[in-house]
Design a protein around this ligand. Structure first.
Ligand SMILES: [Zn+2]
Length: 161
């Protein structure tokens, strides 16, 4: 399994988990409560034990350290399950689009990428003596772009170890 494959597995698991959370939550639009919550109203968005998150956005940190209107607006505007699901769907499409990029193939197979397969990439095969490493740059580009998406989802080098 390549580093990119490990990253893709992790990324898809992260997306699946976020999608489950968003589908289980109350769809928006959410709005900030707009007032400083009292000490008895400290919830977190993913806290199922309180359950009644309908309408009121609870966007402050348990314990009160982050109970600010700015946090409420951030949660209302960016954690609404509808918005989360929309971003996940877009990221999945983006990933599919990245992964669909083909290796370079050429009528003169001397210039065809070693990693090209007729099934995926069409064209003619390179004579590689069994070397299947990409030499057209496609795998490097895909790895870099998948890494950028994964970074946005919280991927660190520790996840790949
Ligand atoms: Zn290639």
């Amino acid at each position: 399994m390549t580093d990119t494959d490990r990253m893709l597995v992790w990324l898809r698991e992260a997306m699946d988990a976020a999608q489950r959370d968003a589908e289980a939550a109350t769809p928006g639009p959410w709005e900030p409560k707009g007032e400083d919550p009292g000490d008895d109203e400290v919830y977190t968005v993913h806290d199922g034990e309180h359950g009644d998150l309908v309408g009121d956005v609870v966007a402050y940190v348990r314990g009160g350290a982050g109970r600010t209107l700015a946090n409420q607006y951030l949660m209302a505007n960016h954690a609404d399950p509808v918005a989360v699901l929309r971003r996940i769907a877009a990221d999945r499409k983006f990933l599919d689009d990245l992964l669909a990029e083909k290796h370079h193939v050429c009528d003169d197979n001397w210039y065809t990428c070693f990693a090209a397969t007729q099934e995926r990439d069409g064209g003619t095969y390179a004579d590689t003596d069994g070397d299947t490493r990409c030499n057209c740059g496609r795998d490097t580009r895909v790895a870099r772009r998948v890494g950028l998406i994964a970074e946005g989802w919280g991927w660190t080098e520790d996840h790949g170890a």
